[in-house]
Design a protein around this ligand. Structure first.
Ligand code: GDP
Ligand code: CA
Length: 319
């Protein structure tokens, strides 16, 4: 048995992977990530799982550091051929990345459980953390814009998040069963952290799976969320614009409203300190810190700051 602190992190792609990297660097932590599958889709006959793969590439040390997603030292020769053949190539899939999608798709076709496929990839990539799926069933985010419903990647990549988001739907979520591993990881956690991921398209499709929110509410471990917004702005991506067009306050108060009843505390940036009382009124304990993670040091600093909030463990042997 390990005496390390069991941290279970709910996370999407880039923002989630940043904090995951911070926790993974701490020797005192045993990290389990519950990732997001609702960005998944089929491209060129292959099952692509962008958020899970960002986590795999980040924790496996293969990530393209400049972009925060995709594989380092990537090529586009396969995509060029697809383009020559007239295929739609707005979704960038590099040569090395395609190798992973071929592997996943082949195993899915053999009937292997998605969770086990990810477990095996993580092991082969030399990742010490556990990367879990919230469900082995299909859940896919759909986005309603002025032009109708889009698949998530059509909105996110093809349309570059420019259309106003009028409605979100997580197709399949009503009948999705939680993975037993995810439920167990929440129950066994010493600390549950909701990463600074997009609350509406990365975290909501995890929390909305039957049994996941219930497991979080049932745990005696502290549950802390980290805001993805600083001073009303997302660091990157459409979180604040989406919250705005969906009628939520596009700032830390809106984030607090989403996580009220699920998290006990919300970590916000010092810049948002004036909203602390409003967050308290919504039922969350506000914690101010420096929540920007511009580099590896910033990631480790934030993960450490979160651990510092825990009541210190009684020294072994002390009465
Ligand atoms: P995606 O699935 O790749 O879009 O990534 P996530 O959903 O995991 O994360 C997207 C969110 O991460 C955005 O709303 C960003 O504001 C947030 N984010 C990115 N970098 C940082 C950071 O350094 N600090 C904080 N607090 N949030 C961040
Ligand atoms: Ca995502």
């Amino acid at each position: 048995m390990s005496d390390r602190l069991r941290v279970t992190l709910l996370a999407g792609g880039v923002g989630g992977a940043k904090l995951a990297e911070g926790f993974a660097a701490l020797k005192t932590v045993s990290l389990t990530v519950i990732g997001n599958v609702a960005d998944d889709d089929v491209f060129h006959g292959l099952w692509v799982s962008p958020d899970i793969d960002t986590m795999l590439y980040t924790l496996g040390g293969r990530i393209n550091r400049e972009q925060g997603w995709g594989v380092a030292d990537e090529g586009r020769r396969a995509l060029t051929v697809l383009q020559e053949l007239g295929a739609d190539t707005w979704m960038f899939l590099g040569d090395r990345d395609l190798g992973l999608h071929i592997y996943r798709t082949e195993r899915l076709q053999k009937g292997d459980r998605p969770s086990l496929i990810v477990r095996d990839i993580a092991e082969r990539f030399g990742i010490a953390a556990q990367i879990l799926l919230p469900t082995d069933d299909r859940v896919q985010t759909r986005v309603r814009t002025g032009d109708g419903w889009l698949a998530f990647q059509e909105y996110f990549v093809r349309e570059r998040c420019t259309p106003r988001v009028l409605e979100l739907r997580y197709q399949g979520i009503g009948s999705a069963k939680p993975s037993p591993e995810a439920i167990a990881a929440i129950a066994a956690a010493d600390l549950v952290v909701i990463a600074p991921s997009n609350p509406l398209v990365s975290i909501a499709p995890i929390l909305g799976i039957d049994g996941i929110t219930e497991a979080i509410c049932a745990t005696r471990a502290p549950v802390l969320a980290v805001s993805p917004l600083i001073a009303g702005q997302a660091i990157r991506g459409p979180a604040s614009a989406m919250m705005d067009t969906l009628g939520l306050q596009p700032d830390v108060k809106g984030v607090a409203g989403i996580y009220a009843g699920i998290a006990g505390s919300l970590m916000i940036d010092h810049q948002d300190a004036r909203h602390a009382d409003a967050i308290r009124t919504l039922g969350l304990a506000p914690v101010c810190s420096d929540i920007l993670m511009p580099d590896r040091a910033g990631k480790v600093r934030l993960a450490s700051a979160i651990l510092d909030l825990l009541p210190s463990q009684a020294e072994p042997g002390n009465p």
